[in-house]
Design a protein around this ligand. Sequence first.
Ligand code: GLN
Length: 281
Amino acid sequence: MVSILLKKQVRTLLEQHGSDSAAFETEQILKWATGLDRLTLTPDSEIDGEKAKKAINAAKRRIKGEPLQYILGEWDFFGLTFRVGEGVLIPRPETELLVEKVLKEIKKDGTVIDLCSGSGCIPIAISKKSGASCYGIEISEKALEYFKENIELNKVRDNVTPLLGDVLAPSESLLDSLPEKCDIITANPPYLTAEDMRELQREVRHEPETALFGGTDGLDFYRVIFGKWKKRLAEKGEFIVETGDKQAETVRELMEKEGFSCEIIKDYNKIGRLVFGRLAG
Ligand code: GLN
């Protein structure tokens, strides 16, 4: 089948089901199914039956509400590619801000511990761009598989250590696998509220609840992690966390109570998105 016809079929399927980014998604699906890119995929490129079927099937999954990222099986974050799928949170652009902030603070020989790592996008991007040693803790075995795969894909095996564990109740063996002290602790913990969970977008319902739900008011993790993990920070060490839309002020208070001097960093929509705290020296 000729590419322009396939493109039309895919796009029509997506549009009929109300996708407001049908053009973009069609582009992504065609690129993925054919292995051709923007330059090599011309309107009259001949696409073999197998690949055309792959594209149509992807569009059919998409219109049933599956996230595009899971269908493609990978997604870009901070200019790097990460494998994603059922069982792991899809990296969000807001989280790139967290990585940016860490890169401003971290030294090449620095050490970072990332809590609730999921796909590993935070420690992998930090390590790849700075050379820092990063440790990532993730509670879900399924997510940890993606994390390990992403370490290989991004070739950071020497600098990123994936660990299975519960950051709210770390076991002795988990603690023994971590450095005594680190420079920065990062976290994008689950922070959605019970109300948020009831109103989840269709696509987000496919993502793991353990990566999203932060308790009734979404703050369960923030109440525990600053107190529990600050012992691992070196003098003047820093904690940097992502927060939900209305949480930054409260999270700042929780962090300040643990002896940090804090600052809130807003995202591109001018919403407080990160809380950054430094331990008094
Ligand atoms: N940012 C995600 C969302 O809006 C939530 C991720 C999280 O809870 N850390 O769905």
